[in-house]
Design a protein around this ligand. Structure first.
Ligand code: GLU
Length: 465
């Protein structure tokens, strides 16, 4: 048996063409998206071309809706490709020509099958020359494989039904693909594909196999670990910039401290040779952090629009009726959220509505700790109103300045707690100065007056008047 070594001859750095070849047999997984991104950064950096093709040879499992999901995901991320997208299912004639030629030349043959399963009489097999294939992988280095163990593998069910190994090699050849950057599950396919390349006289592209994305329990990341598609992350209010940034860091880093990157920076700094060998663990906390960092980089206008997009309808009406308060509330929201879906929760726990309408609360709650003297409580609230009336530039800072000494004398909790509770009706909320600032002078004083009225009414009830 003749054994021969083939070493990848191509180390091209110009006229680079890469490909994004998803199989539309399921929703596009973030692992695939990360592979796309690595292709994208690399190709754009080298001013190359990137081709999108649908590997839909599996007729039963390929579905239009999955193709649409692929396109929708790429569109949301803003990743473009060159030329027209094409489908392998539309290229049957092309593969057929290759199959016929291979049969004619003896590198493939029709073989009788006795598979009772699909009652198929014949398949087309590749005539394995049985040799050692060696190729240079960017991440793993030299990989050597004895193809003898593969036997004469099937490359088509019939002349009209080519299978993956053949279609991928033909398409990469015809598309003049120079670099194949794909998931590490592609490693075991590479020897077969190199054999076919040799048979049809196609050059061998440079291979880069990227390690898997793993879940925190080190198993392959799947649905049971949470969201696995970028559209789910989009719907939860993650920014595309953050999703791209985070996925880029799964298996790659620039070797510096920098962790927050724009797409342009990733294109500039990405380096195929710095991809790590081990699996990269998906860490939702880290994604949240990256997302928050990108939220901080948003313009006020963009941030406001995004919050509005996620706010539930009932609160949106309130917001629209009080633009001034909403504007001042935005920095508080920015502080609180990691992703935009969090505003829904803020609303659910009642951390938004009190900014727009007077809160409901029980009078007893206005007393600081075990204080009970309602006359004193009233006096303090009146005093606060007096101070507030004197504040001209009604900002948190100025309000604090005005009230602070008095609060320190009386006891801070005794003054600031009822003030804060009056304004928010919540045990937890921003401090009373910030609240007053957001609500504005008139509304703040109104709420304090209301509290005093409530105390009076309550006294009358308890005293039976
Ligand atoms: N269609 C394959 C997949 O979605 C891609 C294989 C390749 O990149 O060669 O996994």
């Amino acid at each position: 048996m003749k054994k021969q070594t083939v070493i990848n001859p191509l180390k091209i750095d110009k006229n680079i063409i890469t490909r994004i070849p998803p199989s539309p047999t399921g929703l596009l997984h973030i692992g695939n998206v990360r592979t796309f991104l690595f292709n994208y950064f690399f190709t754009k950096q080298k001013n190359g071309k990137i081709i999108l093709r649908m590997e839909d040879t599996d007729k039963k499992r390929s579905k239009k809706e999955f193709e649409e999901h692929i396109l929708e995901s790429l569109k949301w991320l803003g990743l473009s490709y060159d030329g027209e997208i094409y489908r392998q299912s539309e290229r049957t004639d092309i593969y057929k020509k290759y199959l016929e030629k291979m049969i004619e030349e003896g590198s493939a043959y029709i073989s009788k099958e006795d598979s009772s399963e699909d009652k198929r009489a014949e398949v087309i097999r590749f005539k394995n020359p049985n040799k050692i294939i060696e190729f240079e992988d960017t991440v793993r280095g030299k990989i050597s494989f004895d193809t003898t163990e593969l036997g004469d593998f099937v490359i088509a069910k019939s002349l009209e039904e080519p299978l993956y190994h053949l279609t991928v090699v033909v398409d990469d050849f015809e598309g003049e693909i120079t670099h194949v950057i794909r998931g590490e599950d592609g490693i075991s396919n590479t020897p077969r594909q190199i054999l076919i390349q040799e048979a049809i006289d196609a050059p061998c592209p440079q291979y880069t196999h990227i390690p898997f994305i793993l879940s925190p329990d080190r198993t392959k990341l799947s649905k049971r670990h949470g969201a696995t598609t970028v559209t789910e992350f989009r719907d939860k209010g993650y920014l595309k910039e953050a999703v791209i940034n985070y996925l880029a860091l799964l298996g790659w880093n620039p070797g510096t401290e920098q962790e927050i990157f724009s797409l342009d920076e990733l294109i500039e700094k990405f380096d195929l040779t710095k991809i790590q060998k081990g699996g990269a663990i998906f860490d939702i906390e880290k994604l949240n952090w990256v997302n928050k960092e990108h939220i901080k980089l948003m313009s006020d206008e963009d941030f406001r629009n995004k919050v509005l997009e996620f706010l539930p309808e009932e609160i949106k009406d309130l917001v629209n009726s009080n633009e001034k308060v909403f504007k001042k509330l935005l920095p508080i929201i920015k502080e609180r959220i990691e992703k935009f879906e969090d505003v829904v929760e803020m609303n659910q726990v009642g951390d938004l509505d009190y900014y727009f309408s007077q809160p409901e609360y029980e009078v007893e709650k206005l007393f600081w700790k075990d204080e009970t003297d309602s006359v004193l409580l009233k006096k303090r609230l009146e005093k606060i109103i007096e101070f507030l009336n004197e504040v001209e530039d009604f900002s948190a800072e100025k309000i604090k300045e005005k009230i602070w000494d008095y609060a320190s004398e009386e006891g801070r909790g005794s003054v600031l707690w009822p003030m804060r509770y009056t304004l928010s009706g919540k045990e937890k909320s921003p401090d009373p100065f910030v609240l007053a600032d957001i609500l504005g002078k008139e509304e703040t004083i109104n709420r304090l007056k209301n509290a005093i009225e409530k105390i009076d009414t309550n006294n009358q009830i308890t005293q039976g008047i």
